[in-house]
Design a binder for this molecule. Structure first.
Ligand code: PXL
Length: 276
């Protein structure tokens, strides 16, 4: 069980190109052995489908953790995404505490909100627990909406550098880690990502192709985590993930009305190329 591997904890949305159906192929393509812990199983994701099923796997988590500990299973990184319940976040923190190798890193994507709103099913208690999980992040990857929920700052669609600087300062009070803030758009035709650590702000700006494509956050976080695990610096990983997402969205636009996810699969060879 010595070989280096990553654990990713997020839901299985059976249909919908998000969470584990995105993270696993992207991490595998990045050349990384990947273990998964599904937080819940849904028939589809919650963004645009109605009547989906939801099987919460919270109760399985402590048993899975116990078994891994009995087997001496350890991970060299953990990447968390969409989680199934408020109570589950406590188990996720325990898994982080008990199963990481020395020198392992944590990537926390507080996947819970976008466009100024929480995803269906999440509430203030969930946000508060997520804030404590953010306290365990070496790398915290919120979008602007999630950053606002985590810090209690008012969400605005039109933002400037002073607004973002304040948001980053507030985030630095809840996480010791590097913040990778996504969806930072100062102009109509561009967007970008900020990498922030201890007062140092680096910005990577790139073209904005479409507003709010579903699943891009998961594609971004997975590609970022893969690049980091492969030894890229946080800023290089942030740039590679951004370039990959742009290419994925461009590829999606070749399809008519592919509204529920991004066509990331055909672009995986480009990601592999960027990781060389
Ligand atoms: O992409 C984030 C995500 C993950 N998992 C589920 C979701 C969403 C966003 O809506 O509904 C189940």
């Amino acid at each position: 069980m010595q070989d280096k591997k990553i654990l990713t904890i997020q839901d299985i949305s059976c249909v919908g190109q998000c969470s584990l159906t995105v993270a696993l192929p992207i991490l595998s393509a990045s050349g990384i052995e990947t273990a998964i812990l599904p937080s819940a199983v849904l028939s589809t994701h919650t963004g645009g489908f109605t009547g989906y099923t939801f099987r919460d796997l919270t109760d399985d988590m402590p048993k899975i953790e116990d078994h891994w500990n009995r087997e001496g299973i350890r991970f060299d990184a953990v990447y968390t995404g969409y989680l199934g319940s408020t109570r589950q976040i406590g188990f996720v923190k325990s898994i982080i505490d008990s199963t990481l190798s020395d020198g392992a890193f944590t990537v926390i994507d507080p996947a819970m909100a976008d466009n100024g709103k929480l995803y269906y099913g999440f509430d203030d208690a969930f946000v508060q627990e997520m804030r404590t999980l953010a306290g365990k992040a070496d790398y915290l990857l919120p979008n602007i909406t999630e950053a606002c929920f985590l810090t209690g700052k008012e969400y605005r669609q039109e933002i400037d550098t002073a607004y973002v600087a304040d948001l980053l300062e507030r985030l630095s009070r809840i996480t010791p880690g590097t913040v990778i803030l996504t969806g930072v758009s100062y102009r109509p035709d561009t967007t970008g990502v900020v990498v922030y650590k201890a007062g140092d702000i680096k910005y990577y700006e790139h073209k904005k192709i479409a507003e709010g494509c579903h699943g891009t956050g998961d594609v971004y976080a997975s590609a970022f985590t893969g690049a980091l695990f492969r030894g890229k610096t946080p800023f290089e990983a942030a740039r590679i993930a951004a370039d990959y997402v742009v290419q994925c969205i461009e590829n999606t636009q070749r399809y008519e009305n592919h509204w529920y996810g991004v066509k990331f699969e055909e672009v995986l060879p480009r990601l592999i190329e960027m990781l060389k």
